[in-house]
Ligand binder design. Structure first.
Ligand code: SAH
Length: 234
């Protein structure tokens, strides 16, 4: 009898994960069909289980192409947005990438899948811990930091790429300083609505900027939010 229940449990777990894999492949194939996103990015995203980055409440929506709520009033980016930003970054395997706005760590995992050396900063301590757990449990090795992304990580600079996943009011100068010459920043810039910009550092004092359309991100805010202070306010 116990064996029977074990069998049923096994079937449930297996079909559940097969269902997620199927849905993940379907949405990534749809995105590939309607965009010019590189196959490397599409294939990397087919390997990252997005359902594990959202709470149980939103698990059934993990493969809807839309942002979803995560802890601390933030959101996990829409699937298409992650694909598009990752595609704009396009670096060689082994490149060093600084991500600003770890959130739950989904984009971080995608960058790891592409073989980048990933550093990521999150200003909410609660999210930093959640992301660390997600990244560890999937066996990725990114360096996650609880801190203010406006400051970057000068001790690990220069970076080949900087990817900002929150809306910065203007191009963060300190992060440009931490970019290697020939490095690239992908960042949504603007107050209410952001323009996706690719900022290529062509020399120590010269950048080339290209604009890639309008998006709406949660704002990039300065300072950090400590978990104890949030708990006290509840
Ligand atoms: N990369 C995430 C996106 C999370 S949303 C994903 O994979 O879905 C953007 C995140 O940026 C939020 O978690 C927010 O707290 C964070 N953020 C905003 N301003 C920041 C700053 N100055 N430094 C670090 N993180 C910041």
């Amino acid at each position: 009898m116990i064996l029977f229940y074990q069998f049923i449990y096994y079937i449930c777990v297996m079909t559940e994960s097969t269902r997620h894999i199927k849905r993940r492949h379907r949405i990534m194939d749809q995105i590939a069909k309607r965009t010019n996103i590189d196959d490397r990015v599409i294939e990397a995203m087919k390997r990252v289980p997005r359902q594990l980055f959202v709470s149980a409440k939103y698990e059934h929506m993990a493969y809807n192409d839309r942002p979803l709520p995560i802890a601390a009033g933030q959101t996990i980016s829409q699937i298409y947005t992650v694909a598009m930003q990752t595609n704009l970054l396009k670096l060689q395997e082994g490149a060093s990438v600084l991500e600003i706005g770890t959130g739950c760590g989904y984009q971080t995992a995608v960058l790891c899948e592409l073989g980048y050396r990933v550093y990521s900063i999150e200003r909410h301590e609660e999210l930093y811990h959640i992301a660390q757990k997600n990244i560890n449990s999937l066996g990725y090795s990114a360096l996650l930091v609880y801190g203010d992304g406006f400051e970057g990580l000068p001790q690990y600079a220069p970076f080949d790429g900087v990817l900002i996943t929150c809306g910065a009011p203007q191009i963060p100068e300190e992060l440009i300083k931490q970019l290697a010459v020939n490095g690239k920043m992908v960042a949504p810039i603007g107050q209410d609505v952001q323009e996706m910009m690719v900022i290529q550092k062509i020399s120590e004092h010269k950048n080339k900027i290209t604009k890639e359309g309008a998006y709406k991100f949660v704002p990039m805010l300065s300072g950090t939010v400590n978990k104890a202070s949030v708990d006290q306010n509840i």
